[in-house]
Ligand binder design. Structure first.
Ligand code: CA
Length: 233
């Protein structure tokens, strides 16, 4: 019997905390719970959870400060739980090392899907160095992109962008993160060049660029690649 995955829930709203705890327990996760940022820090140190669900609005230390503090010494997957719809806060959390975020109110299946994705990323390897999702194939070594067996011709920058998204499939990447990864830390943080490249990529790989199947827009935040097809390993 393998050890259960241990998830820490940091949430001061009791009904939301217990909703998450019940959902996770019913899905065979082991659950730790606390209501404050200081408890979150001490439990993370003492219990080494496999994943943390972290509310941003906590009574003592702000969730963002908790996140940054944990990131100084741990790469444990952290999903931000936020009632706030401010995009800038989500962006700041992601750029400070959060793996993902989920906005209240959310349902059971969304919560579980985000957890599975974040856990997979912490262990993930690409077998044969390829990515496959719904007919989209990327061969990172040969630098080939195919959609349903049809070769897609991408520019070097476009290929780098697609690869970056695929290496992080299922996870939202912020505009700044993508620009820095591709164009370097001194690049102009103006999103225009990124938008143009993303539009070109969509035109090439999406059946209907207005209703994308592979690369989704997270409005005001960034882009997210469809999760890879699960293959038996
Ligand atoms: Ca709260």
């Amino acid at each position: 019997m393998p050890n259960k995955v241990n998830i820490l829930i940091v949430e001061d709203e009791k009904n939301i905390g217990s909703f998450m705890a019940t959902t996770l327990k019913n899905n065979d996760y082991k659950v730790l719970e606390c209501q404050t940022g200081s408890e979150a820090l001490s439990i993370t140190t003492s219990h080494c959870p496999d994943l943390i669900l972290l509310d941003l609005g906590l009574p003592d230390i702000d969730g963002l400060t908790v996140l940054k503090s944990i990131r100084n010494w741990s790469s444990v997957p952290i999903i931000i739980i936020s009632a706030r719809t401010l995009e800038t806060e989500k962006v700041e959390a992601l750029d400070s090392g959060a793996d993902d975020y989920i906005t209240k109110p959310f349902g059971t299946s969304e919560l579980l899907a985000r957890i599975r994705t974040a856990l997979r990323h912490s262990t993930k390897k690409h077998p044969n160095n390829t990515f496959n999702a719904k007919g989209l194939t990327i061969d990172f070594d040969k630098r080939l992109v195919r959609v349903f067996e049809k070769d897609i011709h991408l520019t070097q920058i476009e290929f780098k962008l697609v690869s970056l998204l695929a290496q992080n499939a299922g996870k939202v990447l912020t505009y700044d993160f993508m620009i820095t990864s591709i164009w370097g830390p001194y690049a102009d943080k103006n999103n225009q060049i990124l938008r143009v490249n993303m539009a070109n990529i969509r035109r090439k790989i999406e059946m209907n660029p207005g209703d994308p199947q592979y690369i989704f827009t997270e409005v005001g935040v960034g882009y997210r690649m469809l999760e890879e097809d699960l293959s038996p390993t």
